[in-house]
Design a binder for this molecule. Structure first.
Ligand code: XLS
Ligand code: CA
Ligand code: CA
Length: 438
């Protein structure tokens, strides 16, 4: 196999005491957690863009990662790239992948060429999927790289550019359906603005919603039963992005009647860019019934931009998996490693090691989250904290059976009320107590 994958055997679970780099220390795919195999709980997916396309370029330096897939033509190279993708997923035991149209198909010189290339490469990828049993988690269209999208795609001030985006999205939906994907993602990298001096926000938001309605109508008419996702991100590349965070997107979906078809694809690094924790975004999605899928990665607090690093912070993955378990686990979604190696980690082995680290970190997160639920101290505390809403006046508030006048009458007769302590430090200590077994 090309690009350094020759002779790498499948990575196996060896347990925490193994010192072998190419082994899982915590991710044991068939281990049962709450009646489910670990691999089915976590539903790991490989991101085609970072894993097969990212070349280590940064604003100060050229590429460091060899992406010169063998072949005489762009299509032959795209097919070799697909071979490498599937070989990599087999080595790692990853059962799902995610793609943008431009990750898998050569761009060509026109939208027409792109369309034909996408048809040809998805025929090829379908063959690899049938052979390996690997499945598509979600597909999407890259409506942000081409210069035509410099002012936005679905929010472009030019109708012809809106039409180009619609064409790309239609073809990416066709590709997703053809490959049996269970999700289709909208990430609005250029859907926002730099200055209101040249922007009509109202038209842009209305148009974005129209495009999403068209996508839903088209996909449903072709038999797509999966979920649509919006992936919130507050900024980068655009200064103000419309899909700022989960709460903002929930408001948008409800305003435009899109909330029946759309859920959230929540990325850890986008949460922190929005000034939230990853857990916060997952929780807002869960309590609003729009939890869908996850882009697993982490940012760097000292850098503060979208560094898309492989997740290694077990505290964060534990808090994440607590939310996932409480949301009832994934249905159509999964854990997509939207993560890339640092540019000095430029070999294929580095990429495999990075995935091992990310998968082990989430396996630990799942196991500890499960232990925290079994331990019960934190959930019990929270349940007791709200116990006053279970009976008496609290139950009346919950049921909507009371009003301001009644509450005033009630409050005026109360003796001085003492607030209960929040016990944050104690709960953090409980968390550590369950988490560490040294
Ligand atoms: C970029 C986004 C992007 C989406 C898919 O920041 O994470 O990769 O996941 O378009
Ligand atoms: Ca992402
Ligand atoms: Ca990102």
């Amino acid at each position: 196999m090309v690009n350094g994958l020759t002779n790498i055997p499948p990575v196996k679970f060896e347990g925490r005491d193994s010192k072998k780099a190419l082994s899982f220390k915590y991710y044991n795919p068939d281990e049962m957690i709450q009646g489910k195999k670990m691999k089915d709980y976590l539903k790991f997916a490989m991101s085609y863009w970072h894993t097969l396309c990212g070349d280590g370029t940064d604003p100060f330096g050229s590429s460091t990662i060899d992406r010169d897939y063998s072949g005489q033509t762009p299509m032959e190279k795209a097919k070799t790239k697909a071979d490498v993708a599937f070989a990599l997923m087999q080595i790692l035991g990853i059962e799902y992948f995610c793609f943008h149209d431009l990750d898998i198909a050569p761009t060509g010189n026109s939208l027409k060429e792109l369309k034909n290339n996408l048809i040809e490469i998805t025929d090829y990828i379908k063959g690899l999927m049938d052979k390996t049993g690997i499945k598509l988690l979600w597909g999407t269209a890259n409506c942000f790289s081409h210069p035509r999208y410099m002012n936005g795609a679905g929010t472009s001030p030019q109708a012809d550019i809106f039409a180009c985006a619609a064409a790309q999205i239609k073809n990416a939906i066709d590709a997703t359906i053809k490959l049996g994907g269970t999700g289709y993602v909208f990430w609005g990298g250029r859907e926002g603005y730099e200055t209101l001096l040249n922007t009509n926000m109202e038209i842009e938001l209305d148009n974005m919603a129209k495009l999403m309605h068209m996508a839903v109508d088209y996909a449903r008419s072709k038999g797509f039963t999966g979920d649509f996702y919006i992936e919130p991100k507050p900024k980068e590349p655009t200064k103000h992005q419309y899909d700022f965070d989960v709460a903002t997107v929930v408001g948008f979906l409800r305003k435009y009647g899109l909330d029946k078809d759309f859920k959230m694809n929540i990325e850890a690094n986008h949460a922190t860019l929005a000034g939230h924790t990853f857990q916060h975004e997952l929780n807002v999605a869960r309590v609003n019934n729009v939890f869908g899928s996850i882009d697993a990665n982490q940012g760097d607090l000292l850098l503060g931009w979208d560094t898309d690093q492989f997740p290694t912070n077990v505290y964060d993955t534990t808090l994440c998996m607590l939310e996932v378990i409480k949301a009832g686990g994934f249905t159509n979604g999964g854990l997509n490693f939207d993560a890339k190696v640092r540019r000095a980690s430029y070999t294929m082995e580095d990429i495999i090691l990075a995935y091992i680290s990310g998968m082990d970190t989430f396996a630990l997160g799942l196991k500890i989250a499960n232990k925290i639920i079994e331990d019960g101290r934190i959930d019990e505390f929270v349940s007791r904290r709200y116990a006053s809403y279970k009976t008496g006046i609290g139950a009346d508030i919950i049921a909507g059976r009371t009003n301001l006048e009644e509450l005033e009458k009630y409050a005026l007769e109360l003796p001085p009320v003492e607030p209960h302590p929040g016990k944050q430090e104690y709960l953090e200590a409980v968390f550590n107590n369950v988490m560490f077994t040294v």
